[in-house]
Design a protein around this ligand. Structure first.
Ligand SMILES: C[S@@+](CC[C@H](N)C(=O)[O-])C[C@H]1O[C@@H](n2cnc3c(N)ncnc32)[C@H](O)[C@@H]1O
Length: 243
């Protein structure tokens, strides 16, 4: 499996990741996703770049079975530790997922693999795998960092206009509070780019909304929210095996 720059960061944070304020609105995020995708108990969901499994846990608690994949073994271990019934986890690279029409829905939230590339094309590989994993008509909820917001407000970051990647140095803490300086690269998107990328892998966009962690909703895209939330569905063309 190819290495990923985020793995040493996850190794340092471990379960301390779940203390960051952006993780505290998980239940609201899942309420919204469940409603938008029409998820029901008994359905099967793939959580791409699941991290320590916070969204997977919330889905499983609602009777929806979830398989979470993440490139970080440390995060997979944290996720498995107190997993509720119906939530399973596995170390896997989202750029090379083997799933074929197996899931009623896919979630890929908070830069869960999509938007964590430093090489052009990796995000497309993640999206192709997501599209292949969905059964015909299955739904996708995916967040992406807002490029307009990054340029306007990320004063401490540098923005690579060619790649659309925001780079910042920051500090992350471990369980004991010990800090480590790390580099973060965040792939940023406009709604138009997201629509183009998704249509290229036979995913039909239902909506793109301006959102922030813990406050998912249906606001029209603007430059003022840190993230966009994409709701999309696998188009019938997939049934013809054209991918
Ligand atoms: C910011 S965290 C988000 C985790 C989780 N989705 C959440 O909302 O808390 C990004 C996650 O994506 C994972 N990731 C990044 N690139 C990946 C890849 N190529 N394959 C699988 N997981 C990846 C990281 O290990 C990390 O757990």
């Amino acid at each position: 499996m190819a290495d990923h720059w985020f793995e040493p960061i996850a190794d340092h944070m471990g379960a301390a990741y779940l203390r960051y304020t952006f993780t505290l609105g998980t239940a609201q995020e899942i309420d919204h996703v469940v409603s938008e995708l029409g998820l029901e108990p008994g359905m099967r969901v793939l959580d791409v770049g699941c991290g320590p499994g916070r969204h997977a846990y919330e889905l499983a608690r609602r009777g929806i079975s979830v398989h979470g994949i993440d490139i970080s073994q440390t995060f997979v271990d944290v996720a498995e530790k107190e997993a509720p019934a119906g939530a399973t986890f596995q170390r896997m690279d989202a750029r090379a997922m083997p799933f074929e029409a197996e899931f009623d829905a896919v979630i890929c939230l908070c830069q869960g693999a999509f938007g964590m590339m430093t090489v052009n094309g990796h995000d497309s590989d993640v999206l192709k795998g997501i599209s292949r994993a969905l059964r015909p008509g299955g739904g996708l909820a995916m967040s992406a960092f807002n490029a307009y917001f990054a340029v306007k407000y990320h004063e401490k970051a540098t923005f690579d206009a060619d790649a659309g990647v925001s780079h910042e140095k920051t500090e992350v803490k471990d369980q004991t509070g010990k800090s480590k300086e790390v580099d973060l690269w965040t792939g940023c998107y406009t709604p138009r780019e997201l629509r183009l990328l998704l249509s290229g892998v036979d995913l039909e966009v239902k909506s793109i909304s301006s959102v922030e962690p813990g406050a998912y909703g249906n606001a029209v895209p603007s430059m003022e929210s840190p993230e966009f939330l994409v709701i999309a569905f696998a188009t019938p063309i997939q049934r013809l095996g054209t991918r």
